[in-house]
Design a protein around this ligand. Structure first.
Ligand SMILES: Nc1ncnc2c1ncn2[C@@H]1O[C@H](COP(=O)(O)OP(=O)(O)O)[C@@H](O)[C@H]1O
Ligand SMILES: [Mg+2]
Length: 264
C-alpha cells in the first residue's frame, strides 16, 4: 500500500524478538524482528527447516513463542489466553494441502470461513444466514470459482481447491492472511494463478498477506518485499530485486557440518 512521504503508518504486524525452542531443544526461531505494513504482500523465503511455518503459527497463536512479542495493529497478541477466538478471526489461513472438507460442497467449505462469527450450534449443523451465503459467493467470484459453488470439494483439481481455500480465508473477512507454502503442491502455471489471487487480496482488499515460499522464482515475481530466513534467523530483508546470488547463498547455503555444530 502506498503511504505519503513523511507519514509513518502503524504496522499491521510487528514481530519483536521472537524466539521459539521446541521441547526437545530445536531452536526454530532465533530473535526474529519483522514489521509488516497494512495491505503489504510479504514473502517469507527460506529452505525447509528455516522456521517459516513456526513463524506463521506463532502469529496465529497455534504455537507459543519461547520469547518475544507480536503486535497486531498496535495490540499485543502474544502472552494472553483471553480473546484468542477474536484474535484468530483476524487471521485467515491458507495451507499447502488446502485443508478443505472433501465431502462438503465448495460453497459450504467457504461458509466455514464465517464460523468464527457464528454460534457453536450453527457450526454443528452447517446452517448459515443468507448474508453469509452472499459473502461466500462474492469471495468465490474473486477467485473465479463461483461457477463451481455446488460441486463437491473432492471433485476439484489442486489449483481449484487452493482457490476455494483462498475464498474461505477471504470469507472470514480477515485483516491478515497467513499462507504457508500455498503453491508447494501445484504446477508452475497454476501456482502463479494462486499467487496472483493472494497478491490481489493485498492490493485490492488491503489485507496484509504473509506468504511462506521456498521457491526463489515465485518470490522474485510476486513479492513486494522479501524476508529471507535461514536456521530460524532473518538473514535478508528487502525488495525482491535485491535477491542476488550472494543473498540467495546466505539464505539457502548450509555449511558442511553446521547442523552438528549447532546441536552440540
Ligand atoms: N512441533 C515441533 N516439535 C519439534 N520440532 C519442530 C516442530 N515443528 C517444527 N520443528 C522443527 O523446527 C525447525 C523449523 O521448522 P519449520 O518452522 O517447520 O520450518 P519451515 O516451515 O521453514 O520448513 C525444524 O528443525 C523442525 O524440525
Ligand atoms: Mg513449513
Amino acid at each position: 500500500m502506498m503511504v505519503p512521504a513523511g507519514h509513518a503508518v502503524e504496522p499491521s504486524l510487528s514481530i519483536r524478538g521472537l524466539s521459539k525452542t521446541y521441547a526437545g531443544g530445536v531452536q526454530a526461531l532465533n530473535n526474529v524482528n519483522i514489521n509488516v505494513a497494512p495491505g503489504e504482500f510479504l514473502v517469507i523465503l527460506g529452505p525447509s527447516g528455516a522456521g517459516k511455518s513456526t513463524l506463521l503459527r506463532c502469529v496465529n497463536r497455534l504455537v507459543e513463542p519461547s520469547a518475544g512479542e507480536i503486535f497486531h495493529n498496535g495490540a499485543k497478541i502474544t502472552g494472553r489466553r483471553r480473546g484468542l477466538r477474536a484474535i484468530r478471526r483476524q487471521f485467515g489461513m491458507v495451507f499447502q494441502q488446502f485443508n478443505l472438507v472433501k465431502r462438503l460442497s465448495v460453497l459450504t467449505n467457504v461458509l466455514t470461513g464465517r464460523l468464527a462469527y457464528r454460534s457453536i450450534w450453527r457450526s454443528l449443523v452447517y446452517s448459515f444466514p443468507e448474508a453469509d451465503k452472499c459473502i461466500a459467493i462474492e469471495c468465490l467470484a474473486r477467485v473465479n470459482m463461483d461457477h463451481k459453488a455446488f460441486q463437491r470439494a473432492d471433485t476439484l483439481s489442486g489449483g481449484e481447491q487452493q482457490r476455494v481455500a483462498i475464498a474461505r480465508a477471504l470469507a472470514q473477512q480477515p485483516k491478515v492472511i497467513l499462507a504457508d507454502e500455498p503453491v508447494a503442491s501445484l504446477d508452475p502455471k497454476i501456482a502463479r494463478q494462486v499467487l496472483s489471487y493472494l497478491r490481489e487480496a493485498a492490493q485490492e482488499l488491503g489485507i496484509t498477506v504473509l506468504c511462506n515460499l521456498h521457491q526463489v522464482e515465485y518470490a522474485r515475481e510476486f513479492a513486494e518485499r522479501v524476508v529471507g530466513m535461514s536456521h530460524g534467523s532473518v538473514v535478508f530483508e528487502g525488495s525482491s530485486l535485491e535477491l542476488t546470488d550472494d543473498i540467495l547463498h546466505r539464505i539457502y547455503y548450509r555449511e558442511p557440518g553446521e547442523e552438528e555444530k549447532e546441536e552440540a
